[in-house]
Design a protein around this ligand. Sequence first.
Ligand code: PMP
Length: 395
Amino acid sequence: MNNRQLFLQHLAQTTDFPLLIEIEKAEGVYMYGPEGKKYLDLISGIGVSNVGHRHPKVIAAIQNQLDKYLHLMVYGEYVQSPQTLLAKALCETLPDQLDNVYLVNSGSEAVEGALKLAKRYTNRREIISCVNAYHGSSQGALSVGGNEIFKRAYRPLLPGVKNIVYGSFYQLDEITEDTAAVIIETIQGEAGIKVACKEYFQALRKKCNETGTLLILDEIQAGFGRTGKFWAFEHFDIQPDILVCAKGMGGGMPIGAFIANQKLMAVFKNNPLLGHITTFGGHPVSSAASLATIEVIKEENLLDQVEKKAHLFRDLLVHPMIKSIRNKGLMMAVEFESFEVLKPIIDSAIEKGVITDWFLFCDDAMRIAPPLIISEEQIREACQIILQAIEENQS
Ligand code: PMP
């Protein structure tokens, strides 16, 4: 059997339409298939490879850690410098009140930890989240997700979850003194890149303050420079009580975190009510890679270039079949008439060596979320190929 046959035979499938692209090596913005077929990666493994594939600094940090130790002990017992230095570096990117980091392995796990923390701290049971939100696939994260089709088969899920419409001011009145937390993606990703306005976030923050509700911002997709600020909430002049991140955080290695202040996080220490425990959370190799990723974002001034690059995409992707482009920095959705129109365009672009896809809850829009290191020349090349793919699939 070849690799593709093995994939279909032995690897559990998650969708009816796996992209089925075989990759042997990746470097920077490029990925290479067997026989050297070269692809320009416009989706970064869904917002993961923000500093590009195999960034030399990230690889060096991983190699350096490999020479020292791998796993030593469950999270939070031994003093391990990759974790402590990462926690410090993360806090330095954040407002003073976010000074305590809990490291986990993935986005879903970070969401689980944040929800538990909010319930435990407030002693309230209700969680409010948004329609069409995606927070992960584990049961708690799924429970606060905002798409009934995804949830239906797994009910009963967590009780006490209410959905409100992202960006809708009047629904903020749903937040009351019974609400433990509002969990919200600062920029909605899988809904097809929806961006609420600054006034909305400020009203949301105010309502949370008035009711003693914790605000959990999910920046698993929008964080780590993707929108042109290190954290997307910086665009809106607000601060979360709990921040969750993952994806781009590890520069290609699995890691996530939920971040709050010492006072909140302290409730997890109060025995005998067990807090949160993870064996592999903040794995030393992933932590070392994550620290290097933060340094790369700073040293290479990646944030400063995001807006200009996003503009270039917007200027170049002009075609009667493109209905609109929604974006915050390099988190973009290019809207077409329908999935039936979009799918052949994506297939042709992949054939021509440019990888894009669509969104979980928005299948009529093309996802564009390239590594932040993409050059202007590479953006021009990618857009030319996308426009060619559109031309060849005119309906
Ligand atoms: N929240 C958001 C906003 C996400 O985009 C994702 C992943 N697509 C998750 C949570 C879940 O992260 P993970 O797949 O690492 O569990």
